[in-house]
Design a binder for this molecule. Structure first.
Ligand code: COA
Length: 258
């Protein structure tokens, strides 16, 4: 698929996905949603990709849903609206379920769905002047399809405050909330992202995927309910070629081969 709204670049095991609609601050419409979902489906199936870096071109990371597109929705039937919203929900779900590590490189504004995109990342590196916000209620809308991911990151209490007030908040607050993991001057964003990429490439690819999957399973259930699942996960890992290689490499005082 040729992309109109995305810039995609591969460097070894790292896939760089850049939202590329800077004239509207990378707001996403149906075309962007189709492209991102297609990209995410194909990258999810590609075991060569070990890390994804998600970024935005131009002055901002992402201004959320395209309000011009949303305005046009008023002329659509309820079913058309629902189909359209379901496509957006599927985009977020596919992104959230990407099996490899996803790093968000957030600069400028990450508003509405832009905050939602940050929430589906495993690691978010934010510029110290980045601005987040669940601004939807200020537009008469609600943060709907992104709600599970944002609440999953910031919790119910902060969601009650931020979904209801719609206030914008800075990178330090985002870090306190668990939405961002590192806050650095904009000039150090790429360097910091590169450091995380290096850390992620040091881990065994299969182990990182298994760890990410286990987090998703454990987050949904109690420790009692997941005890068997967790035991099975480590039993599988210990006897896997990666597990054996990692342990052997440590004991032989050498770098593991992956
Ligand atoms: N949907 C559609 N167009 C958008 C947009 C959005 N979410 N966000 C910005 N744009 C457009 C603007 O309308 C403007 O278009 P124009 O050049 O034709 O006038 C262009 O992008 C640049 O926006 P501008 O506000 O001038 O840029 P800025 O850099 O000063 O500010 C933002 C960037 C993102 C802070 C600001 O545009 C903003 O607050 N956008 C709304 C974000 C939002 O609330 N999103 C939630 C959607 S549910």
């Amino acid at each position: 698929m040729g992309f109109r709204y995305l810039d995609v670049r591969r460097d070894g095991g790292v896939e760089y996905l850049t939202l590329n609609r800077p004239d509207v601050r990378n707001a996403f419409n149906d075309g962007v949603i189709t492209e991102i979902t297609w990209w995410a489906d194909s990258v999810a199936a590609d075991t060569n990709v070990r890390v994804v870096v998600l970024a935005g071109a131009g002055p901002t990371f992402c201004a959320g849903a395209d309000l011009e597109w949303m305005r046009r929705m008023a002329d659509y039937s309820h079913q058309q609206n629902l189909d359209d919203a379901s496509d957006m929900a599927r985009m977020f779900l596919t992104l959230d379920r990407l099996p490899m590590a996803v790093i968000g490189r957030v600069h400028g504004a990450a508003l509405g769905g832009g905050t939602g995109l940050a929430a589906i990342c495993d690691i978010v590196v934010a510029a110290d002047d980045a601005m987040f916000g669940l601004t939807e209620v200020r537009l008469g809308l609600i943060p709907a399809v992104i709600a599970p991911y944002v609440i999953g990151k910031i919790g119910r209490s902060a969601a009650r405050e931020l979904f209801l007030t719609g206030v914008r908040f800075g990178a330090e607050r985002a870090k306190t909330l668990g939405l961002a993991h590192a806050v650095v001057p904009a000039s150090e964003l790429d360097h910091t992202v590169a450091g995380y990429v290096k850390d992620l490439l040091a881990g065994a690819p299969g182990a990182i995927r298994a760890a990410k999957q286990l987090i998703a399973e454990c987050a949904k259930r109690s420790a009692g309910e997941t005890a068997t699942l967790c035991a099975e996960a480590i039993a599988l890992r210990r006897s896997s070629p990666e597990g054996q290689e990692g342990i052997r490499a440590f004991l032989e005082k050498r770098a593991p081969k992956w």
